[in-house]
Design a protein around this ligand. Structure first.
Ligand SMILES: C[S@@+](CC[C@H](N)C(=O)[O-])C[C@H]1O[C@@H](n2cnc3c(N)ncnc32)[C@H](O)[C@@H]1O
Length: 253
């Protein structure tokens, strides 16, 4: 073990405190998603976690619902490896799937499986508006009537909401300052720690190849997500949680 070697769960804990620096009320946001799953579904159910990272939300779902199954999807080999190690604690209730959400056909391995809910957090802002519509259309094809979609993410304010935009930016800066002062890792510091773990080098090289050409996308505002979900075929759309520009978007198939 090198000096910086951490267990998968230790790395996940460092990830959670790093992410909480960028998402002020992250645990409350997760809790709102777990509440909706509990209130709408009956166990056993199957949840798809899109862009699962190290398995943070999938782990919370599997812990909260001891008879649920989760399929956790991501495209970053470093994070997929960590998610696999963390979620292995839940045995065969967890499956990790390597898929690129911007590629047509990413959902093919899931066809024929019953999926009761799709969740995602702090991730879909990586997709362009047309890619988002593609993902929502694939989900509408995949999901049975009544199934849920819950997406937690910053949906930035645009022109016409200058005051809200400024307040949100000031609040983000305040929370980051306090979190980093209290010892949370920055995004870069966490990645450095993760890539320094024994056996990670080949996954880092593969990650570099896969994400070489992924520029940040224009922000899709809340009204875009709601319209895109309706257009894709979801019967009911809305929000279940909001704090400034941070939302949990809800849709029912
Ligand atoms: C900030 S992390 C969020 C991880 C986790 N959901 C959480 O909230 O802790 C964003 C995730 O989106 C994933 N991601 C970005 N683009 C993707 C794509 N095209 N296909 C699959 N995953 C993607 C990244 O690999 C990363 O794991």
């Amino acid at each position: 073990m090198t000096e910086n070697a951490l267990s998968p769960r230790g790395l996940l804990e460092r990830w959670d405190s790093q992410q909480s620096a960028y998402v002020a009320h992250r645990e409350q946001r997760f809790q709102s998603m777990l509440d909706v799953l509990r209130l709408h579904l009956s166990e056993p159910f199957h949840v798809l976690d899109l862009a699962c990272g190290p398995g943070s939300l999938a782990d919370r779902v599997l812990t909260a619902f001891p008879h649920a199954r989760v399929t956790a999807v991501d495209y970053d080999p470093v994070l997929l490896r960590l998610a696999g190690a963390v979620l292995a604690e839940h045995g065969d209730r967890a499956t990790v799937l390597d898929a690129d959400l911007v590629r047509a056909g990413w959902a093919e391995p899931l066809v024929g499986q019953r999926i009761d809910a799709v969740v995602s957090s702090t991730a879909l802002h990586w997709l362009s508006p047309s890619q988002l519509l593609g993902v929502y259309t694939a989900l509408a094809d995949l999901l049975p009537a009544g199934a849920l979609f819950l997406n937690a993410d910053h949906l930035r304010y645009g022109t016409g909401n200058d005051t809200l935009k400024a307040l949100s930016a000031r609040h983000d800066a305040e929370v980051q300052r306090a979190s980093f002062t209290a010892g949370a890792d920055t995004w870069d510091a966490w990645y450095e720690l993760a890539t320094a773990q024994p056996g990670t080098a080949p996954f880092v090289a593969e990650r570099r190849l896969r994400f070489a050409d992924r520029p940040p996308q224009p922000h899709s505002p809340l009204h875009f997500h709601l319209a895109a979900l309706s257009t894709a075929g979801f019967a009911e759309v809305g929000t279940v949680w909001q704090y400034l520009d941070d939302y949990v978007v809800f849709a029912r198939r």
